[in-house]
Design a protein. Structure first.
Length: 280
């Protein structure tokens, strides 16, 4: 039996390159439900509306009102699911999360981004991609404590990533495969082989200065955490530390590293400063 599908006049093409058979309201609802702790319930004041709630940590905040058929469209496509409770909460499904990952893939292959948390280095536009879920720093930045705060702040995460980039640039970490990033067929890259050596030496100088500033008692932990990407439980097992102690020591080491790099959680200083002009 041949089946002819009539195209939807309101369909759009997602950023991941796939044909999105969702209208604008359904696409907005899917994006809203993709946030952490978000859900939707039927609007008690109207018969054809749903209310989107978001937040977490026991606090629900209103995120908007959308037509009910947008939720039905997501449920019919297995992109969302309703629970069987009294309020019939609407939440995103695993298929819906996978779809959002594909649509937000950017330069990464869409179906690779569906299963991995693909990111690239901000200072290397055409550099290699990596899976951020393998990074213990990314895990600590996303993990919340009992007060709802991340285990490490943005400054600690940034200095850890900076040390990882310097370790990679300095070629201090062992490679598990071939490195094709230095081969250029278009004439790009350094013409002088010593240019690459200078970059490597500069990276090693930055690593040496950072580890000396942190101290020998914490430098080994930072190499394991930022260089070898060892998880906290593995660090505790290898060093025979008590459970959950690596988290505390890692926060101290990253804070000391942030002090060396001159990064703080919040900007400090006067709101306004006197304008200075240098004349030659």
């Amino acid at each position: 039996m041949n089946v002819t599908c009539k195209p939807n006049s309101r369909s759009v093409i997602g950023r991941g390159g796939e044909d999105s058979d969702l209208d604008r309201d359904a696409a907005r609802l899917l994006s809203a439900l993709g946030r952490e702790g978000a859900y939707a319930i039927d609007d008690p004041l109207t018969e054809d509306g749903i209310l989107v709630r978001g937040g977490g940590n026991g606090v629900s905040l209103g995120s908007g009102r959308l037509p009910r058929n947008a939720g039905d469209a997501l449920v019919n496509r297995d992109l969302a699911e309703r629970d069987h409770g009294r309020r019939g909460r609407l939440t995103i499904s695993q298929a819906g999360l996978a779809r959002l990952r594909r649509e937000s893939a950017g330069d990464a292959p869409p179906h690779l981004a569906q299963h991995l948390d693909i990111v690239g280095d901000a200072d290397r536009r055409n550099g290699p991609l990596r899976d951020a879920s393998e990074s213990p720093l990314a895990w600590m930045a996303r993990r919340r404590d009992r007060d709802g705060r991340p285990l490490i702040d943005a400054a600690c995460f940034e200095v850890g990533e900076r040390l990882r980039r310097d370790l990679t640039t300095a070629s201090l970490m062992p490679r598990l495969g071939a490195d094709w990033s230095g081969i250029k067929v278009d004439g790009g890259g350094p013409r002088d082989p010593s240019g690459a050596s200078d970059t490597m030496l500069a990276g090693r100088q930055r690593v040496r200065a950072a580890l000396e500033a942190v101290g020998s008692d914490l430098s080994g932990l930072l190499i394991d955490l930022c260089g070898f990407l060892k998880g906290l439980e593995r660090i505790e097992a290898e060093r025979r530390w008590p459970a959950r102690s690596a988290k505390v020591v890692a926060k101290i080491a990253l804070a000391r590293l942030a002090e060396h790099y001159g990064l703080e959680r919040e900007a400090t200083g006067p709101d306004r400063a006197r304008m200075r002009i240098w004349r030659g």
